[in-house]
Design a protein around this ligand. Sequence first.
Ligand code: BGC
Length: 756
Amino acid sequence: MKKTLLLTAVLAIATMAFAQTPVYLDNSKPINDRVEDALSRMTLQEKINMVHAQSKFSSPGVPRLGIPEVWCTDGPHGIRTEVLWDEWEQAGWTNDSITAFPALTCLAATWDPEMSLLYGKSIGEEARFRNKTVLLGPGVNIYRTPLNGRNFEYMGEDPYLSSRMVVPYIQGVQSNGVATCVKHYALNNNELNRNNTNPILDERTLREIYLPAFKAAIQEAGSWTIMCAYNLYGGKWLSENDYLLNQVLKKEWGFDGVVISDWGAVHNTEGTVTGGLDLEYGSWTNGLTTGASNAYANYFLADPYKKLIQEGKVGTDELNDKCRRILRLIFRTGMNPNRPFGSINSEAHISAARTIGDNGIVLLKNDAPAKKAPKLLPIDLNKTKKILVVGENAIKMMTVGGGSSSLKAQHEVLPLDGIKARIGNAAEVVYQRGYVGDASGEYNGVVTGQDLSDTRTAQQLIADAVNEAKTADLVIFIGGLNKSNHQDAEGADREQLALPYNQDAVISALAAANKNLAVVIISGNAVEMPWVKSVPAIVQDWYLGSEAGNSLADVLLGDVNPSGKLPFTYYATLDQVGAHVEGEYPGHENPNIFMEAFGRKIPVYDMPYNEGLFVGYRYIDKNKLQPTFPFGHGLSYTTFTYGKASIDKKEVTADGKVTVTIPVTNSGSREGKEVVQVYVQDVQSALVRPQKELKAFKKVTLKPGETKNVSFTLDKSALSYYDDTKKQWVAEPGTFNVLVGASSKDIKSTVSFELK
Ligand code: BGC
């Protein structure tokens, strides 16, 4: 007996001494070897478990092998509050409030990749601290119509601008060992019927307008995951779209990460197995995001998938591929021993939120309210003793609401509070409501706690504001849209371009009562401005998160010189929008394709994008229209003078490069930043091309009187269009003009060269 025991002990010690770390746990081994090793140890059931959710936001790893779960979080403006295991409702934790960063429209409006890196690094740290594997963002769907309720979560209308801005965000997040999930791939350009819209567009438009930002996110930034959209393309749901997922994303672009479904975007098992999706989230048993009860084993990629395999109807190649990708994700994130710990609500994050806001606010207009008077902004406290602030958005919390990007921020500085805090005793600041918009403030159980109810009639609200305006030295109206349904919010589109809640009447009445009126629009979308001529100063503010009021005060008071530029066209009416004039919106019923839900057939809407390439300023240029403010527009408290652009050569070959240089001078009296924009024009081409397209930009800081020579190098990619007959990018020989300017409508200098 004693002998046996001794032998067992000796054997155990020997085994321990010779036991090697399994390859999948050995960080020194190449990641693909670790993936293969882990995969070889997994059972069929473990593999099936890995490819679908186990809760609202998580999916299992392999507990038996010590491989951790995947935890996702929205995204993209801050880390979402913890929700209940099976529900959207918040779990009621008290330690999950975070820093709310500015909305992505603001980030795009900075036109500054450094801001994007700061954003990504900061939000990534918060995600890491909250122990998340995947941040569900950033969003890069193109701003096709100003009615899209979710434009505030995206980066504007231009494929080049959004490509340049998305890459550093992803690099910043992923430097924390947290994956980004770039979304919503692809063509989710409206919220109306988002589950059942089938955009119809040619391959060239797809490649030139709607895919570049996704491609940059995958190929340049290396996003470890991507989210497929709800809608269809080519009559096939994105969750099973062989063309976009397998052919383009995985084969052509070489994506080695995970395709995650949007929540409830999966519709069936067989198509999804082969269609390129890797990980199913958010399905109820009927495939929709709402239902009475759900059972994760009933997910399309759960028991039904296993059954197909066991019956021999599908093989295991696809399953292995999905698991390989998910394992790779886990090794890059949760099992990366070198990832930092992260932090939350740090001073650095709060300051990052404020800086990004400071750099993204756009000064749309700044005139003198009277002859010989100085420009209205920045506010001169030596001459301003009474300031009237009017408008619901001055006092409304905006971090709560809007859909999945809704946040539980640890603090939110409201615009009125930011202005008051900055002004202190230097002037009297009074407030009037002006209009009542949406007094509610709740999302999935997170409440603002604000009581914004007001029982005055619309006329009374205006009369009270006008009365106060008569004795004020300056009136600041702070309105715009909000995060309520049919405004800037997920799940529905806006119903009009005009401002809601009677705001036009309030603004016009204020303009008549006091010529010193500044209008601040808080929104993620363009709005109609019928009063534009009677208001001397207009500021485009965004949803700025935790530091909203401080950033706005920074700009209004001139502590910060505004430097944001519009990432989308500020249309005067919907008649200036290609999607509404030439394209279809919201589309028409397709007679053959249906969506099955709630036991009935729901129609699918074909939505022809007949405007083709002519989105945003491309449509404005083509039709010589005058929007209220053009793409790329934004003023400063100083002035910039552009000299003549020069070019280093007059002729280039297709693999060559040209460098264009332009001197830009700060001709005003204070330091400022200017975004110098370069548009390329192909003078003659075999296929129709937009009149000009943004192909480079730089944000430069200039002291008063200082001149900098700003240079841009253009290569073949800046000259090419996608030829869908050849299925490749083509740079056609001939003359190209390079237009350098301060906005898409303010071209300062043009140079030309020949492509040989
Ligand atoms: C949204 C996604 C979001 C997901 C999870 C979906 O409804 O479209 O953007 O990440 O929900 O909240």
